[in-house]
Design a protein around this ligand. Structure first.
Ligand code: SAM
Length: 614
């Protein structure tokens, strides 16, 4: 188990003549005279970025690391410079740690001062994460991703795996913030640098120079900006070898939530993606008419709980970005989680007390329920279709039978496809892929006709089961959790169990829906795939298992959390396959890795039962 992440204390800002200042540190976020001018001189020019961006070959990757994100001014300027000078096929990855993130209102006020950065600052404001510890992914432009790491800089960088091309060492002045400019931080800067890596900072303090020189950097003092006498530039000896984004043809097996998300994430990184599914788009486990966007908050910062939180927040951001409400796909207007037992009450109370779930995200409403603010509900099939609607994605109805190490996939109809990477997003067995200790848990949902009273319900409710607002004139009431039942046929017993749970937990809603006269208009059985540690299997199959051939990634075993899990799992996989910095810290990456089941390819994996509906 990992040590706890510290809860996040947002930055306290005082505004003086239009400049944000941090009274706790007695320092300003940027120059009082000319913020962008100083940022450009110290960090952009200090790392020679205009020339380096211009020299990038097509398809190159450039990575900037920062300590102290603050208002984001430095990195937004870097992204604007990249857009002006780098080839369109190149990618910029920005990684920044921030211990005390600004509250959104202060961020907005600061960014309002830089109109030329507007498209980038709008993207940042739209996706700015809540003050929860750990990594958050923000898409600033099609070819620019920002990974914001909320927590202490040295600690966050310890959890990173990426190598940096240029460092922005920002943070309040070393004499006002000595904790940050520590030997630990300099060690992390060294650990994430490579030959030719450069750094720039506004300070020439002795401790900083000694720390960076000790980390191997050749340093040079340069004339400072404005009233500052000097600034510092540094470079690790050696030649900087250009890096490329890996791209090619990807084959995604499975067109449910996991497959559609993976295909989209790859297409957005420049891959040509072919998606196949034996039954169609969102026809298997992701095939319910509606599903709930939710998570189970916890105050204990295990990698598992941190993944649940960050994947949920990431999913909500992606769904908002794609304007699901305007498109009639769903709504993110909050989910009401009803307390059903003492253990759950303690868990929710501890989540709130831990500081990991700020009140903006989770709050008690009454004695027996909490509101998960960014939750909601959606139509999974429409969401999958939206994700697959991209010029670089094609879809075909076909079933994979066998995969060989060269990336050749035999289909059950005798045809074959080859790819530079394969992503398996279905629990159905494919010969040549690793055996996993999968279990399949039957779940039946019951579709009930909306009534005059129920049509006005706006929010999804979760208890042991769930109830959605009306979608196409019906409410979904679900789902059974049948551990030892592989019956693919819907049964009246399962309907009765769903309605009994609704009556027990939400009696008023049960009554408004018709009570004993509730009209059942549809039902569907699905099978949740999961492994024994309840975490999904998401990541690259290690070469030791895969034989080192064509890269094979998995995104499966999402259980009943597919809507929340799959966008971040997809991002993780697409970044790994493309050779880009990851959206999660290393503990989460390891916790999800298929490598945790050290096993050989097994052609005898048991198939899941076929889902049926009627
Ligand atoms: N780069 C910023 C910009 O472009 O607006 C300005 C950064 S401001 C001068 C310094 C930032 O470092 C503050 O946002 C502060 O909260 C953050 N900071 C201070 N100590 C830190 C630490 N130990 N780890 C991470 N961030 C820290």
């Amino acid at each position: 188990m990992q040590p706890d992440f510290d809860p996040i204390v947002p930055g306290r800002v005082e505004w003086r003549a239009g400049t944000p200042e941090a009274p706790g540190f007695g320092d300003a976020y940027f120059s009082r005279e000319d913020g962008p001018g100083e940022s450009r001189a110290v960090f952009i020019d200090g790392n020679d970025l205009p020339r380096r961006f211009e020299a990038l070959p097509p398809g190159a990757l450039f990575v900037i690391g920062e300590t102290g994100f603050g208002t984001g001014l430095n990195l937004l300027l870097a992204a604007a410079e990249f857009a002006r000078r780098a080839p369109a096929s190149a990618r910029l990855a920005l990684l920044s740690a921030e211990k005390h993130p600004l509250v959104p209102a202060d961020l907005e006020r600061a960014l309002a001062g830089w109109p030329p950065l507007k498209p980038l600052s709008d993207a940042l404001l739209d996706q700015y994460p809540p003050a929860t510890p750990g990594f958050h992914r923000v898409r600033l432009a099609d070819n620019v991703d920002l990974t914001l790491m909320f927590g202490d800089a040295a600690e966050m960088w310890r959890r990173q795996r990426s190598e940096i091309d240029a460092w922005f060492l920002d943070g309040f002045a070393p004499d006002r913030n000595p904790d940050m400019w520590s030997p630990r931080l300099f060690g992390q800067v060294a650990a994430h640098s490579r030959p030719g890596t450069t750094l720039a900072t506004f300070t020439v303090a002795g401790g900083v120079r000694r720390g960076l020189a000790g980390a191997g950097f050749a340093l040079e003092r340069r004339p400072g900006f404005g009233r500052k006498r000097e600034r510092l530039e540094g470079r690790l000896p050696g030649e900087a070898k250009p890096r490329h984004v890996r791209r090619g043809r990807a084959l995604v097996i499975g067109a449910g939530l996991a497959g559609a998300s993976a295909a989209r994430a790859l297409a957005e990184r420049g891959w040509q993606v072919s998606v196949i599914d034996r039954t169609g788009i969102a026809a298997g486990g992701s095939g319910n008419r509606a599903g709930v966007v939710y998570t189970t908050p916890s105050g204990i910062a295990t990698p598992q709980n941190r993944f649940y939180q960050s994947s949920f927040l990431h999913a909500a951001r992606r769904l908002e970005h794609h304007e699901i409400e305007r498109r009639g796909i769903g709504r993110l207007n909050g989910v009401v989680q009803h307390v059903t037992n003492a253990r759950q009450r303690r868990r929710l109370a501890s989540a709130l007390a831990s500081g990991h779930w700020p009140e903006t995200e989770l709050e008690w409403i009454g004695d027996d329920a909490v509101l998960i603010a960014r939750g909601g509900y959606l139509r999974p099939e429409c969401w999958c279709r939206l994700l697959l609607d991209h010029p670089a994605i094609t879809f075909g109805k076909a079933a994979a039978r066998r995969l060989d190490r060269e990336g050749r996939v035999e289909l059950t109809d005798g045809a074959a496809q080859t790819a530079d990477a394969v992503v398996l997003c279905t629990a159905a067995p494919v010969e040549g892929t690793p055996a996993l200790p999968l279990r399949f848990i039957r779940g039946q949902v019951t579709e009930c006709r909306a009534t005059a009273a129920s049509r006005n319900w706006r929010r999804a409710h979760c208890h042991d089961g769930y109830l959605t607002p009306a979608v196409d004139g019906v409410h979904l009431v679900g789902a059974t959790f049948d551990l030892h039942d592989s019956n693919p046929e819907p049964t009246s017993e399962s309907d009765a169990a769903n309605l009994a749970a609704l009556k027990r937990r939400l009696p008023e809603r049960w009554r408004q829906l018709g009570g004993d006269g509730i009209e059942i208009v549809g039902r569907r059985v699905g099978f949740r795939a999961r492994v024994n540690d309840y975490l999904p299997v998401a990541g690259l199959v290690p070469a030791s298992i895969n034989g080192g051939g064509c890269p094979l990634a998995l995104s499966l075993a999402h259980g009943s959390r597919g809507i929340a899990n799959t966008p971040l799992a997809a991002e993780l996989i697409a970044d790994r396959l493309s050779g880009l910095p990851l959206p999660t810290d290393r503990a989460i990456e390891d916790a999800l890795s298929p490598g945790r089941f050290a096993t050989e390819p097994d052609p005898h994996r048991a198939p899941p039962p076929r889902a049926e509906s009627r």
